[in-house]
Design a protein around this ligand. Structure first.
Ligand code: NAI
Ligand code: NAD
Ligand code: ISE
Length: 336
């Protein structure tokens, strides 16, 4: 059976996910597109999905009988109503991060899915599918002993003026928030935020870089540098210090060159290239589970836990370094 997918939001990542569904992966086809800016949907239709029908609204796309499953790749603030509509229609839905831009919004999705009685939602936390993070997890689980510290960095070369201080958490660090819960099999209890002087390339509405310190229930301290105007490249770093040793996230494969009395290797500049393979694997997982009528991988609960933590980090951005507590309610059995 071929899974018929409708894509809501045809910007950068909606376009890229449509390309992989149409040209890279087997088992699915994009039959419907929607975007508040219809020109974006038309561009994606023309380039990758000539047979897809364009719907005026995401709600109409979700209701369309030919659509078996939905991809939500519109702006973060629009995710919640589309995911709720897909659950109400009983259709599997892959939602790009963040699941919702507030913890209450993510909680409403968890409650709707629990009431439906079956998992339908996969959140786009693709790092869990990255070969480097999987290898790091194996090293942490089997070799380096119980974790004590994590040092991490999330660096983007530049961001537009519309990117503001809280977005460093909701839009960017949300990936670290999710992946460290998974990597350490732990939950967070507090967050602190510290700022050095502002980088010269930053904007007036953005404190950049920021350092977020998360503490986990098992007592691990995680420091994350978020630097979104680092200029030199797209660079994701992570080192886990354990009782018996230290494990580091592998660098992306690159050719080591000796040229002109220098050793050189390339640093990527675009998130699309850094995680290209993990986007393929996460969507392949979605196709498999959605074809069977359900969902797998990062869940609504993971999206909710990330949203609660992100809200605490954003609150901690204005407490002059004071810790903000993080607490989750009891996890519903659906997500055990
Ligand atoms: P974008 O701005 O390039 O594209 C968003 C598209 O959604 C635009 O075409 C816009 O017109 C459309 N849109 C906005 N509101 C809509 C609505 N209510 N209904 C239908 N369409 C709507 O943004 P981008 O970079 O593609 O990001 C989209 C989502 O993907 C965000 O949630 C972002 O966090 C996530 N993302 C995830 C990445 C990852 O590594 N997993 C990487 C980049 C983005
Ligand atoms: P984008 O701005 O390039 O694209 C967003 C698109 O959504 C635009 O075309 C916009 O017109 C459309 N849109 C906005 N509101 C809409 C609505 N209500 N209904 C339908 N369409 C709507 O943004 P992007 O970079 O593609 O990011 C989109 C989402 O993907 C965000 O949630 C972002 O966080 C996420 N994202 C994830 C990753 C990742 O690595 N997982 C990377 C990039 C983006
Ligand atoms: C973007 O939305 C992503 O998800 C990228 O992975 C991240 O590095 C970037 O900062 C976000 O804007």
């Amino acid at each position: 059976m071929t899974l018929n997918i409708g894509v809501i939001g045809c910007g950068m990542i909606g376009r890229d996910h449509t390309r992989r569904l149409q040209q890279v992966l087997a088992g699915a086809q994009v039959v419907a597109l929607s975007d508040v800016n219809q020109a974006n949907a038309e561009g994606v239709q023309k380039d990758f999905a000539p047979n897809a029908r364009i719907y005026a609204t995401g709600e109409e796309l979700i209701a369309a009988p030919e659509v078996h499953a939905v991809l939500v790749t519109s702006w973060g603030a629009t995710h919640e109503p589309y995911v709720l509509a897909a659950i109400a229609a009983g259709k599997p839905v892959f939602c790009e991060k963040p699941l919702a831009t507030t913890a209450e919004g993510a909680r409403r999705i968890v409650e709707a899915e629990v009431q439906f009685g079956k998992r339908l939602v996969q959140v786009g936390f693709m790092r869990r599918y990255d070969a480097g993070y999987l290898a790091l997890k194996e090293a942490v689980d089997k070799h380096t002993g119980a974790p004590i510290l994590v040092h991490a960095a999330h660096r983007n070369p530049a961001v537009p003026e519309a990117y503001t201080t809280p977005m460093a958490i909701h839009d960017t660090m949300i990936h670290e928030i999710d992946v460290f819960r998974w990597l350490l099999n732990d939950d967070y209890v507090s967050a602190r935020v510290l700022y050095p002087r502002n980088a010269a390339r930053s904007h007036t509405k953005l404190r950049d870089p920021q350092v977020v310190v998360l503490e986990t229930a098992k007592g691990v301290l995680i420091d994350v540098e978020i630097f979104v105007n680092c200029h030199y490249g797209y660079d994701i770093q992570c080192e886990v210090v354990g009782e018996d040793g230290v494990a580091s996230l592998p660098e992306p494969m690159t050719v080591d060159m000796r040229l002109g009395a220098k050793r050189q290797s390339t640093i990527l500049t675009d998130w699309k290239d850094r995680f290209v393979a993990s986007y393929d694997v996460e969507l392949n997982d979605f196709i498999g589970a959605a074809t069977a009528g359900g969902a797998t991988g990062p869940s609504s609960w993971d999206g909710y836990a990330a949203a609660v933590t992100a809200d605490a980090c954003v609150a901690a951005q204005s407490t002059s370094g004071e810790a903000v507590a993080i607490a989750l309610p009891v996890r519903p059995a659906l997500y055990a």
